[in-house]
Each structure stands twice: as structure tokens, then as C-alpha cells.
Ligand binder design. Sequence first.
Ligand code: SF4
Ligand code: SF4
Length: 360
Amino acid sequence: MLLKNDRLPELLQSLSAEQRVYVPSNTSNTSAGVSRFALYGTGVEPDFELVNTTMPPKDLLFPQTQKMYRYGFDTEGLPFINAQHDGDEVLLFGIRSCDARSIECMDDVFLTKGFVDEFYQTRREKLITVALGCSHVAETCFCDSMGLDANRAPSADVQLTAVSDGYEVHAQTEKGTTALEAWRPFLTETAAPEASPSVPNVQCTLKVDMTGIKEKLDLMFDHPLWDEISKKCITCGTCTYVCPTCHCFDISQENKMNAGERFRCWDSCMFSAYTEMAGNHNPRAEKMPRVRQRFMHKLCFFEDRYGKSLCVGCGRCVEKCPVALDITMLIDQIGALELGAAGQPGATESVTEGGSHVAH
Ligand code: SF4
Ligand code: SF4
């Protein structure tokens, strides 16, 4: 099936009458220069040429601030606790492979290993993802080094592939097949997928070699590299807020007389208060263990628990870190290390600060 370019606006218009449709946009009413997935409608123009948005789409599943419960006493003086779930179906239109993989990582965290986060689950069940193969890449993209294909996102419900006059449309899940029923009036039957010439497959220009990185990190908890690279981090937390897979949160409540609300907000492992406990104990009070934790979680610990990397190679942190603490350079540095048996530097090795693949 083919979605011709000139039918796309009509399709979005029609779908948005029935469900909330989010599109990549530079024109949402947010800070200038910050692109994000925004609700299609008045004042929001989709921009499908954006390689990836400044802010990832994770807030549609895991909002930056989310009400969880209302509690208090009812009119008869009996206590109540009500979970707060929002019920709208959401169509996430135009995500890239990296963001589709990031949703797989979030699913692992919030829905598996014997634990289900009901607030995430409610939103996830109502989310339909439409992936769009990349027609070009940014200089900070390195998804193919992380095992992804910029042209295709197998876990998305629907895959769009650019061809010369529009997009080939393929349902990849049952949810996707059902969703495409509403698209039919806007699609053209094609005799064969190759009827329209395909836009060539794209490859990332930024490459990292992940061979042996996990195995080295397994030995590197006490390596001096962490002291070296953490020096320049200013613990601003930007890397964690723009990362599509970071999912730390804090829970708070607001009480008003005899009722209140419990809510959660994004937090960051780069902040010292994140691990602060009652009694002032803090296992990561210093900066080095926090920087180490972020990179070890991305490249080592998550793979131990879920069998995949928590970095999807979107490059957002590479682009936005104000001091150019670049995960791709860290991977290069780790790759170049000769480790002794205990993971400490080998006899001839010294730790040097890395440069950068990209201009910051
Ligand atoms: S964005 Fe850079 S400086 Fe800020 S916390 Fe992350 S690594 Fe540190
Ligand atoms: S660590 Fe950086 S490159 Fe990797 S997924 Fe997060 S923001 Fe993207």
C-alpha cells in the first residue's frame, strides 16, 4: 500500500478527528529551537525531515509529571485512594528506529520481570506507533553501531518507508493492522512493493565499535577512567532528560487539608539527591560514581538484566551535553584499553581524555 505525499495532510486531519495524533514538530508552543512530538492540530506543523526530535517521545508513556493517586476522606468520612489513569488512544506518527527501540527498553523496565507499572501499562496499551525510516542522518546519530537499522523499526505497529512519491505502508503488528483500516481511503494499492522506486537505505556516518565493550565494562567498576571522564561533567542532568531510555523518577505528594495527590516526576541519576536516603546516607554522593552509574547502566547493567543495550544510538546526549562528555568517545576509549586481569590498566596503559567525533 502506498501513501502518496499529497494524501498525508488529509490522512493526519482525518485521524486526528478520532484520536490524539502526535507528530514531530518544531512549531509546538514550547521553547524555541526545541523540537518534540506535539499534538497535531492548530498551530502544530509536522516536520518529517527532522532526523530525531530534541526531546524524545517518552513523555507520552512516562510523563515528566504524572498524577498517580488522589486520596482523602469522602463525605461520610471514609478514606479513599483513587488511581489516576488517562484513557485516550494516542497515535505516535513518525518515530525513528532509535525511539521505537527506546520504547522496547521502557517496556522491559515497566512491564516485565514480575512487575507491572499500571500507569505505564494504561498508556502503553493505548499507544500505536508509526515508524518512519530515516531519509538522512544527523552527524550525532550512531544507531546502526548499536544494532539498529535506521530504515526500519521492527517493533513499531506500522512502518513507513519513503519512496519517490510518498511512503510504502506496512502493518507489523495486530494493532497496526487494525489501525490501518482507518487509513484505507487515503492509500493506493500497489501491484508490488517495488512499484515505486525506494529512497536508498541510509547509514550513520558516526560509528562506534561495540565489540568487547560489555565484557570490558564487567571488569571496570574500579577503573581510573571513571575519575578522569567525570571531571568535566557539571551534573546538569541534560543527558538524562533528552535520553529516550532514561526512566528514573521520584514520587512526591501534595496535601490539601484532608485530601491530596501523589505524583511522580522525572529525576536524574546525575543528581546527588537522587540516591540520598533517610539518615543522610548517600551511596553516590560524589560525582564520579554517578557518572559511572549512568554509563554502566547504559552499556553494561541493562544488558545483564534485559539482554539489550540501554543506549539506542540516538545521539541526543552527544549533541546536547554542554561540556561534550560524549558517550561515543567513551566507547572508543574503553575499546582502546588494555585491561589487566582485575580490570585495572595494563602495564603500558595510561588513561587519556578523549576528543570528540563531532563538533560541539
Ligand atoms: S549532560 Fe553532560 S555535563 Fe550534564 S550531567 Fe550529562 S554528562 Fe554531565
Ligand atoms: S545515552 Fe545518549 S545516545 Fe544513547 S540513547 Fe541515551 S541520549 Fe541517545
